[in-house]
Design a protein around this ligand. Structure first.
Ligand SMILES: [Zn+2]
Length: 434
């Protein structure tokens, strides 16, 4: 079969399974779990891998898994990734009542799309024509949240990074991958958005330590850590006018602990923040200003401050050849008018880190409505959200691996920005700059 016939076959198999794929997406939407805790979602993924007779390894970076579809050669290995995790959004209609987790970032669609592509490509008539291997990966913890919890996992030696893909890099789970395809859902009107860049960031966990005292009877004996934190935050805001528009700096701290009891002078106050920017140079410069401001708060009140820095994510830059392939297949499926080119986004994703080590893409596919990370986020068009991306990714894999993997070999020859060793050292340097 030629590429066109292979794509038609894979897409018709995916369409025959569209109810099953939509059901996977909706099941995950109704059972959200936060990063590094996605046990139910991981079990669902592994069940589908079993049904497709795809051998897999699991518990990678705690909850991730990796299934391999063998073709007639292993000269090129393409990963198709989907993210397992949700965000916290307790008022969302489908939020987990106990944890408050909700899929208001649409990662449920990524798993449905990844498994949909697996359903189409694992049919022997398709797989036997692929001159390379397809590695389907369910990836934990894209949302770099619950920093204090993840810091405890770090202390226990269970993880090193906030992001699941970074952790997979570190443990060697991506050592045998040549390129990565994934997608993210979008609430935009365009059905598909390709290319575009995004911010990188450094994460901080901040602990102000003061001195307890009776808040009514003897405040003069206390050192108010909340006041120190408030001055620290004001110091950060006072720096905002020094950030250049081009650097797209985003700093958005939260207070995760403001004190213990209302009648005790707060002595233990905790904050989390990211410092995001378009380049890591811009991030590092802003990060220094943030640290100075936080220290100034402690100095003003006579409190102490501990600033723990953690690796955030690197800026995102899509591979051009993979983008071309994805775009052409998207155009074929949804029409040129519905495929647009992205610009710079001020959010971040750990696919940015993967993009520094191999060609990778992170396009967007529609089908969602409401605004991301809020209670209004919903699935509007399940076919577009779950089934269309499965088809575009399957078609793109066929482009890469059919016809003796000519295109796949071409993409594989792209020089990566850095080696894994250089990458791991890079983060070490970034977070140790005080
Ligand atoms: Zn997301």
């Amino acid at each position: 079969m030629n590429k066109k016939e292979l794509k038609q076959l894979a897409c018709s198999i995916i369409d025959q399974n569209s109810d099953r794929i939509i059901d996977i997406g909706q099941q995950i939407f109704a059972n959200p779990e936060l990063g590094y805790k996605e046990h139910k979602t991981a079990a669902l993924v592994e069940k589908i891998f079993d049904e497709l007779n795809l051998p897999y390894t699991n518990k990678l970076a705690l909850t991730g898994s990796k299934a391999v579809l063998k073709g007639k050669s292993d000269q090129v290995r393409v990963a198709v990734m989907g993210e397992l995790d949700a965000v916290l959004c307790p008022e969302h209609p489908f939020a987990d009542l106990e944890t408050g987790a909700a899929h208001s970032c649409g990662h449920n669609a990524q798993i449905a799309g990844m498994l949909g592509a697996a359903i189409g490509l694992s049919n022997p008539k398709v797989a036997d024509c692929l001159a390379g291997e397809v590695v389907f990966m369910a990836v934990p913890a894209e949302e770099p949240v619950e920093i204090e919890y993840r810091q405890r996992l770090r202390d226990q030696g269970l993880i090193e990074f906030l992001g699941g893909k970074q952790e997979l890099i570190k443990i060697g789970a991506l050592d045998d991958i040549d390129m990565t395809i994934m997608f993210h859902s979008t609430t935009r009107d365009a059905k598909v958005v390709v290319d575009g860049t995004s911010n990188g960031f450094i994460a901080k966990l901040i602990k102000y330590k003061g001195k307890e005292a009776h808040a009514g009877g003897a405040p003069h004996n206390g050192v108010n850590a909340l006041n120190a934190a408030m001055i620290g935050l004001q110091g950060i805001h006072a720096q905002r006018e020094t950030f250049r528009d081009d650097d797209c700096i985003r700093i958005h701290p939260i207070i995760t602990k403001g004190g213990d009891l209302v009648n005790i002078v707060p002595a233990d106050v905790r904050l989390e923040t990211y410092v995001r920017g378009k380049t890591m140079d811009a991030v590092l410069l802003a990060s220094k200003k943030v640290n100075n401001a936080l220290k100034a708060g402690a100095l003003a009140i006579g409190a102490e401050v501990e600033i723990i820095e953690l690796p955030g994510f690197l800026p995102r830059e899509n591979d051009k050849k993979l983008t071309q392939i994805f775009r052409a297949n998207a155009v074929e499926l949804v029409g040129a008018d519905n495929v647009v080119t992205g610009s710079h986004g001020t959010g971040s994703s750990d696919i940015g880190d993967v993009m520094h080590l191999m060609p990778a893409i992170h396009p967007y596919v529609g089908g969602m409505t409401g605004s991301g990370h809020t209670k209004h986020y919903e699935v509007k068009d399940p076919y577009l959200a779950y089934v269309v991306p499965a088809k575009i990714m399957a078609m793109s894999v066929i482009d890469l691996l059919a016809e003796d993997a000519r295109l796949g070999l071409e993409v594989k020859a792209t020089e990566p920005k850095m080696t894994k060793e250089e990458y791991l050292k890079l983060w070490d340097n970034f977070i140790n700059q005080k």
